[in-house]
Every structure is written in C-alpha cells, then in structure tokens.
Design a protein around this ligand. Structure first.
Ligand SMILES: [Zn+2]
Length: 190
C-alpha cells in the first residue's frame, strides 16, 4: 500500500492533540474502493481527461476551484464533482499518517484526505494529491507541484514536467472496484 504525505513548512502536529485524526481511520470509514485500475493508451490523447471527485467531510466546491483551474491548464484534466468520484475527505483536524506526522494531505489509491488549510495552500494540496490519484510520484524540485511539500508558493507559479503531462495524457480511464461494482473515476470525453 502506497501512502504519500505532503507537509506545510512550519506546521507541527502534536501526537497528543485531541483534534488529531489518523488517515487510516478516515480511509476505513469513508473510502469504499477495494482497489483501483488505471488503463493507459499507447500514445497521449488530446481529449481532456474527466476526473470525477466526491467532496466529503466539511469540504466545499470553493476548495476545489483553484486546483481545477490549474489541472485544466497544465494537465488537460477536467475536474467534475460527482457522487461516483474519487473521495476527497476534508477535515479541520490534524491528519496523521504513518509516513509523515505533519501531513496536510494524504492519498492512497482508494481516496484522499485533506486538512482544511488556508486557500493559498489548499489549491496546491488538492492538485498534488489528485496528481497521485492520476498515478504521479514526487518531483525533484520545489518549483514543481509534485514536489514533496506545499510551501505556500502561489499555485499558478508551480510547474509540471513534460513526462508528467505525457503520463496523464496516456491515461484512458481509472476504474475503482467496490463491493457494489466498478465505478468510473476518470475517462476521456471523446
Ligand atoms: Zn505527495
């Protein structure tokens, strides 16, 4: 199981804080997919990839807008709010995860949990974690969205690589398999 965390520089999570919530507890309570399968194309498509997302907890559409704009421009991905999408669980509590006690966003293949942080950081966290959902790993420099941390740099100054864009362009669809059957999380419009 791959668990990836990103941290906000300067934020410290305290082990005993009553407001903490474990990422694994969020996943167990709110993520219904058993596993996720990504189908790829032999070459990148020019058609937008539609990615369905389901905000849970106390998230709102406004939390998604900056990330949606960035993903459309840089990855040709169209974010759509749907009950049959990737679960995005927003919480005001401090998320802890095994990999990183000061994570502000964590994802595994079956869903994403996010701390509600100031809007200037939220766009980076949402887009970064959805990058993991799309199959991306971490990038080597801090001017990239997929760097390990969201440092508070303006989202519109963060970049993606040609390799990342190509990897997303080659996604045909993402299917989540649940006890109720398969759910299409991402697909090409054409
Ligand atoms: Zn990450």
């Amino acid at each position: 199981m791959l668990l990836l965390g990103i941290t906000l520089t300067g934020s410290i999570a305290h082990q005993e804080a009553p407001s903490q919530v474990a990422f694994e507890a969020i996943a167990a309570a709110h993520f219904s997919a058993l596993y996720v399968k990504r189908d790829t194309l032999s070459q990148a498509s020019a058609e937008p990839l539609v990615l369905r997302v389901t905000p849970l907890g106390n998230g709102s559409i406004d939390d998604l807008r900056p990330a949606a704009a960035w993903m459309r421009e840089h990855w040709n991905v169209r974010l759509v709010v749907s009950p049959n999408g990737v679960p995005l669980y927003f919480t005001d509590k401090d998320i802890t995860s095994r990999g990183d006690p000061s994570a502000i966003g964590s994802s595994l293949s079956t869903g994403v949990a996010l701390e509600r942080v100031p809007p200037r950081v939220m766009g980076c966290v949402v887009a970064h974690e959805l990058g993991h959902v799309l199959g991306l790993g971490h990038a080597p420099s801090d001017d990239q969205l997929m760097w390990t941390h969201c440092t508070g740099k303006r989202l519109d100054t963060l970049e993606t690589s040609k390799a990342e864009r190509n990897a997303i362009g080659r996604l045909h669809q993402i299917t989540a398999y649940t006890l109720s059957g398969p759910v299409l999380w991402a697909y090409r419009e054409a």
